[in-house]
Structure formats: structure tokens, C-alpha cells
Write a protein that binds this ligand. Structure first.
Ligand code: XUL
Length: 581
């Protein structure tokens, strides 16, 4: 080990008896995960909103407003009560709260909480341990309905904000993403336009992450600049609020948002409420909370540019670290929450496991074994047979049209199949004829190769180094080894697997330890040096599941990826002709 790295690792040693607590305030539950100084998981606990807090009457953790298309909210008070509930559960098990040196957390991204005027002085800074937290805060919000990431009711506001900023690309270049209906800026604008009195009566707007941190500190906690990139309000390169974006959103917004903070910073010490009730140590630090996807990046121990995670779940998600992000119409860019010099780029596909299951049911009698056999019957590259499977309207690529009557976007669904030849040039590919059907084995391979080829192309387009350094695969479908082999060949790197499903709360616990270290060293400490001191049986060990594969095959896949991208471009031009993209 070079002497600089040795010194960093030596500085990154956590006190041997310390514990670090990470929460994940997600859509359906609040989870707590505790790690020790060697980053081994000590314990975890969870509260499910629907079943354990039924009086909030949520379904899957949310309220769907039947009177307004696309409106999805959650009651902020439920998240407060969940915090008490999860801590009560740990207390019942005689958990040694006093050993916790620092706490941090992960929150579902984009959701916003509206604190009513005068709440800070009269309630939040005056918490009494003799009463419940949710009892004391039940009248703390100017609206009890917090819009969350599932909301898609702000189409109009997205267009207004994009127009005011010079278009979707300009907004993305400034804030890291084009306007998205779930993003907080468009949500705040809608609240300002449709419930002005609520907006006026709000003294502070928090994200779910900074809201939960505020409860622990008993004061308003800043929004961290990683989660802030999910708002369409922050100049993501300079990590400051963008005045043009603020003005295009709502008046006097900066004073309601408060200052931004680095994600590894100390937000404060834990409020006496938690010391009295649960026996936390009075000097336990609260480290800034951040967004769930960002915390997952930390939980999967991605710590260098070129590290990528691919989650094969209901929707497929790809995220990774880069120092050279390329904002555009696709994907999302956030400052990395464990490294001030790099960024996390993220792509979300709607056609993930449900689309794989649809092809399995149609071609393989509903059996994964049969699906795998069909995959084995065909060779890599599928003899040039390329497919695009959109069971659901896809985000990547977006294929939207604008409905002339409602002016709402609609997206095309369906399957598009093409045959291309190895010798063809990209111009020839643009002329390729669509075919109506493939045989079952060709269909199966064109689906899975297509999904990975698309991930590779779009990741590269948003600035991910290619090939990646390594991929950590997660999610249900990562149990299928054949998919991992294909992923390794197409991306051209080794693929590791992580079987744990709690990367967000685990990442929050790692971030608590990391924030504590940075504070202890009075300087930023690279998280990699903290990971270097983890135990062999710690939570950052992953299994090597598939090797990169032969170079010549990788090169052929790279050529096929280009041809597929050309076909995709053609589809967007054809079906997205009326769109504003
Ligand atoms: C990310 C997003 C979701 C939520 C889920 O942009 O909207 O992944 O963070 O909690």
C-alpha cells in the first residue's frame, strides 16, 4: 500500500466499540440498520406503514388521490410516528443505544414536507420527552399531504419551468435533470399555484431526508446537496441554489428552503428527547441524511469512478460514479454523497422484471428454467436479431407523443424487432426492416441482450466510464447466473453480486460512520479508506459472479450496441415525432 493510502487508512479507523445507525425512510416502511466499527451488521429493525400504523390509512405507504389524476401523497406525521415506533422496537430488545456514535439516514427522493409558520420556535425546538414526538408535531405542517416521488400530476409545471429556463436541455445542464413530474421544484410550483395559502403559511420546506434529520436534531436541518439535485432547483456543478430555477418555481423560495449542506457534514447532535427516551449518548452526532438511491451507492460500496450498480427489479436501475457527467434529456445526475469530487449518474427503466416475466410467460410457459434453456439454444449476438420490448411506456428512450386534446404526453408500448447483419454499416442499419415475430429462443435472447445493450449505451451517454471498473448486480433477477454472464460480456467487466436488499439503510449506516470520521479528522476522509478497514465478514464483501468474457466477443457486442442505438434513434424519430424532445 502506498504511504499516502496507508496514512488515510490509518486515519479511517473507527473506535472499536462504536456502533453506527442508519435509517431508510422509504415509501412503504422505515428501516433501521446498525453496523459496528468493522462494518459488520449488528442488527436491523423495520416498521411497515400499512400494517403497523393503520390509522394513517395508507395503501402501499401512500394515498392516491382519486379526485386528481396522478396525485400521490403520504402523511408526514406517519413518518414521525414510524421513527418512534422503530426506536421503541429496538428498545424492547434492550438495544444499547448509548454505543451509537452517529446516526444518518436515507429518504425516498423528491418527496417534500411543508412546516407551518412558527413551528420551529413553538414546537420543534421545544420537544419534551414526556410526550410522544408525533403528538407534539401533529399540528406542525401547513399541509398534511406530502407529495412523493410517485406523483405524476405536475406536467404543466414541468413545461413552465423548462420554458422559463430555456428548454429541457438547458434545465438539465443547470440542475442535472430535465423537469420530471416527481421532482420537488415542479411539486412546489404546483402547491404555490393551487394552494397559495398553504405556501404562504409555510416557513420551511424539507425533503423527506432533511425532514427526518430535523426530527432527530430538533431543529431545521439543511437539505444536502446530493438529494437537492432531485429538485430541479440546484446548480448541480456549483452546489448552490440556482436563482433562475428558484424564480421559475415560486416566490421567496430560497428562504423557505434554507441553506444547502455537504452530505458528509454533521447536521447537529441528537436532541435530548432521544437521549431521555432511548438512552442515546448526549454527544451522538446526526450526520446529514440523503436520498435513498445515493445511500444505496454507499451501501453497495461503490467508491471509485467506473463503479456501477445494476439493479434488476420491478424497474431496472443502473447507477454509478463518474467525474465527467453529461447531463441531457436522459437520466439523472446527483453529486456523489460520499465524495465531493464525483457524481452519481442514474438511469431508470420501467421495463424490468415485469417485462422479462411477460416474455417468459409468452415464450417459456412461465418457467425460468425453460427461459434459460431457450437462452442456451441461441448464441451471443443473437445472429443480429435485435428487439425493443416496451410492455410499459418506457423512459429510456422516451417515446412520447403529445395528445392534441389533453396536451398530455402519452407513450408508446409494444415490441419492435429488427434483423441486422454484422457487415452492415450504421447507415444500412437505419434502413433495416422491422419483422413481426421471432421464434421463442430468439425472442428471449433479444430481450435480455437488448436490455443490457441499452443500459450500456445510455450509461455511456450520460457520462459513465466504459467499460466500467466493476458492476455490482442486485435485485431479484440477479439470481439468474446466465443474465450476469451476459451482463459481464456486454459491459466488458466483472460482475459481482450483493444478496442483501437493504443497501439504502446499510449505506446510511456507512454514511453515519463516514460523517463521524470526517468530523473526527476535521477533514474529508475518502470512504474507500474506511472500507479498507472493514472485516472480512463485513457487509461490503461481494461475490464475483461472472468474468468480463473474451475480448473479441466484447468488441462484437460494442458494434451491435452502436447498431441498436441507431435503430433506437430511428424509433424515437418515428414515434416521438410530435414530442417536444
Ligand atoms: C428516484 C426515484 C425513486 C425514489 C424511490 O428518482 O424517484 O427511486 O427515490 O424511493
Amino acid at each position: 500500500m502506498a504511504s499516502k493510502a496507508k496514512a488515510a487508512a490509518a486515519a479511517a479507523i473507527l473506535p472499536h466499540d462504536a456502533l453506527f445507525l442508519g435509517f431508510d425512510s422509504s415509501t412503504q416502511s422505515l428501516k433501521a440498520t446498525v453496523v459496528d466499527a468493522k462494518l459488520r451488521i449488528v442488527t436491523s429493525e423495520i416498521v411497515h406503514f400499512d400494517s403497523e400504523l393503520p390509522h394513517y390509512k395508507t395503501k402501499d405507504g401512500v394515498h392516491r388521490d382519486l379526485s386528481e389524476n396522478g396525485r400521490v401523497t403520504a402523511p408526514a406525521l406517519m413518518w414521525v410516528e414510524a421513527l418512534e415506533c422503530v426506536l421503541d422496537k429496538l428498545k424492547k430488545r434492550s438495544f444499547p443505544f448509548e454505543a451509537i456514535k452517529a446516526v444518518s439516514g436515507s429518504g425516498q427522493q423528491h418527496g417534500s414536507v411543508y412546516w407551518k409558520k412558527d413551528t420551529l420556535n413553538s414546537k420543534l425546538q421545544k420537544l419534551s420527552h414526556l410526550e410522544s414526538l408525533h403528538g407534539q408535531l401533529q399540528d406542525a405542517f401547513s399541509t398534511i399531504h406530502s407529495p412523493i416521488w410517485m406523483d405524476s400530476s405536475t406536467f404543466v409545471q414541468c413545461k413552465e419551468i423548462e420554458e422559463a429556463l430555456g428548454g429541457a436541455v438547458a434545465l438539465s445542464l443547470l440542475t442535472g435533470s430535465r423537469a420530471h413530474e416527481r421532482y420537488t421544484g415542479p411539486q412546489i410550483r404546483k402547491l404555490y399555484q393551487t394552494q397559495k395559502e398553504v405556501y404562504e403559511n409555510t416557513e420551511r420546506i424539507s425533503l423527506v431526508s432533511s425532514f427526518m434529520a430535523s426530527l432527530l436534531v430538533g431543529d431545521y436541518v439543511s437539505i444536502d446537496y446530493s438529494d437537492a439535485a432531485g429538485m430541479n432547483l440546484m446548480d448541480f456543478k456549483n452546489r448552490i441554489w440556482s436563482h433562475v430555477a428558484l424564480e421559475a418555481t415560486a416566490p421567496h423560495l430560497e428562504e423557505k428552503l434554507g441553506p444547502l449542506a455537504p452530505p458528509h457534514a454533521v447536521a447537529g447532535v441528537i436532541n435530548p428527547f432521544f437521549v431521555e427516551r432511548y438512552d442515546f449518548s448526549a454527544d451522538c452526532l446526526v450526520i446529514q441524511w440523503s436520498g435513498d438511491n445515493l445511500c444505496s451507492l454507499a451501501g453497495l460500496a461503490l467508491d471509485h469512478p467506473g463503479d456501477v450498480a445494476v439493479s434488476l427489479g420491478t424497474s431496472d436501475t443502473v447507477f454509478g460514479i463518474t467525474t465527467n457527467p453529461l447531463p441531457g434529456l436522459e437520466g439523472h445526475i446527483f453529486p456523489n454523497c460520499v465524495d465531493p469530487h464525483s457524481y452519481m449518474v442514474m438511469l431508470v427503466y420501467k421495463n424490468g422484471s415485469l417485462t422479462r416475466e411477460e416474455v417468459r410467460d409468452r415464450c417459456a410457459d412461465g418457467s425460468w428454467d425453460h427461459f434459460n434453456k431457450l437462452l442456451d439454444e441461441t448464441s451471443p449476438l443473437n445472429d443480429g436479431k435485435v428487439g425493443f420490448f416496451y410492455k410499459y411506456p418506457e423512459i429510456l428512450p422516451p417515446l412520447p407523443g403529445i395528445c392534441p386534446c389533453t396536451e398530455r404526453t402519452f407513450c408508446l408500448v409494444g415490441v419492435h424487432r429488427f434483423c441486422v447483419k454484422e457487415a452492415e454499416s450504421l447507415d444500412d442499419v437505419a434502413e433495416a426492416q422491422e419483422v413481426l415475430a421471432f421464434d421463442p429462443s430468439t425472442e428471449v435472447r433479444s430481450l435480455v441482450e437488448g436490455q443490457f445493450l441499452s443500459m450500456k449505451t445510455h450509461s455511456q451517454r450520460i457520462g459513465m466510464p466504459m467499460p466500467p471498473k466493476r458492476i455490482i448486480a442486485t435485485g431479484g433477477a440477479s439470481a439468474n447466473h446466465r443474465l450476469l454472464v451476459l451482463m459481464a460480456t456486454i459491459f466488458g467487466c466483472d460482475v459481482y453480486t450483493a444478496q442483501r436488499t437493504d443497501s439504502a439503510s446499510l449505506g446510511a449506516a456507512f454514511r453515519a460512520a463516514h460523517g463521524w470520521l470526517c468530523n473526527d479528522q476535521k477533514d474529508f476522509v475518502p470512504i474507500a479508506s474506511m472500507f479498507a478497514n472493514a472485516a472480512e465478514d463485513g457487509a461490503i464483501q461481494f461475490k464475483l459472479s461472472a468474468h468480463a468474457g473474451p475480448n473479441d466477443l466484447q468488441a462484437k457486442f460494442a458494434a451491435l450496441a452502436k447498431k441498436r442505438a441507431e435503430l433506437e434513434h430511428m424509433l424515437v424519430a418515428k414515434y416521438g415525432a410530435n414530442s417536444t424532445l
